[in-house]
Write a protein that binds this ligand. Structure first.
Ligand code: MF3
Ligand code: CO
Ligand code: CO
Length: 249
């Protein structure tokens, strides 16, 4: 059941999402060669305290971090650690917050120092796929319209979409209906009503689509060890289109 939010719920979502974007921004500004992913987590922890916001991830199904920090071949759900970022890495930061009973969820993959042209292309295509997906959707559209926009943009550029993980509805829960795959056909799937709120997540691999989960039960990596990128916005579905609620200022 895809739930249309009430005006009050939309206000709650706007607040949570703006705060999620602020946290992502604060972490993003501190990405640099030599910093550890645990140090980035500490920056998020301080920012959450200042904003009076809770992490949506910490403790979720036993997840041990505030953020998911996914370096290079890690697709999603990287656990903050003593790993140091190095020149040429790409690092995905996923921020989920809970504020006043509502969730906001947003992710972005950042370059560390100077990165290769191939890595740069992966980031650009992934972000473009997310924006095309957001642009493909308005009240009454179908889940497959979003999925198809992601897949088409990705494959046209020679990359592959992750199939084992999906975007999702979001609201008073981090994960609500519908599931939003990164692959699919336009015109197919559930209809999305006006005032639905969705976390659209693009997960794109440089090589093969296959991924595996490591023995820590969380970290998801590409099997071929090639790079992967993750971009996510929470959006509000309106009559004329989708509005990004986790917009960076
Ligand atoms: N990355 C997921 C999302 O954006 C949520 C992470 S769940 C966690 O929906 F437990 F790993 F934090
Ligand atoms: Co997320
Ligand atoms: Co999400």
């Amino acid at each position: 059941m895809i739930y249309a939010k009430s005006p009050d719920e939309i206000i709650g979502m706007r607040n949570a999402c703006r705060l999620a974007a602020e946290v992502l921004n604060a972490v993003g500004k501190n990405i640099a060669v030599e910093i550890t992913t645990k140090e980035l987590e500490q920056i998020a922890s301080k920012k959450l305290k200042v904003l009076g916001v809770k992490s949506a991830f910490l403790g979720y199904r036993g997840y041990p971090g505030i953020l998911c920090i996914s370096v290079n071949e890690v697709v999603i759900h990287g656990i903050p650690s003593r790993q140091k970022l190095k020149e040429g890495d790409i690092v995905g930061i996923d921020v989920g917050v809970k504020y006043n009973g509502f969730y906001g969820d947003t992710a972005r993959t950042f370059p560390v120092g100077k990165i290769s042209a191939d890595a740069e292309k992966l980031l650009n295509v992934s972000e473009e796929a997310l924006y095309n997906a957001i642009g493909s959707c308005k009240a009454g559209c179908r889940v497959g319209d979003i999925s198809s926009a992601i897949q088409t943009t990705t494959e046209k550029n020679g990359f592959s979409v992750v199939r084992d993980f999906v975007g999702h509805g979001i609201g008073r829960n981090l994960h609500e209906d519908p599931q939003i795959p990164n692959y699919g056909k336009a015109g197919v799937g559930a209809r999305i009503p006006e005032n639905a709120t969705l976390a659209i997540e693009v997960m794109i691999n440089q090589g093969d689509w296959q991924v595996k989960t490591l023995s820590d039960k969380w970290t998801v990596e590409t099997i071929d060890k090639k790079l992967s990128a993750h971009f996510e916005h929470t959006v509000l579905i309106k009559k004329e289109g989708a509005e990004i609620l986790t917009k960076p200022e």
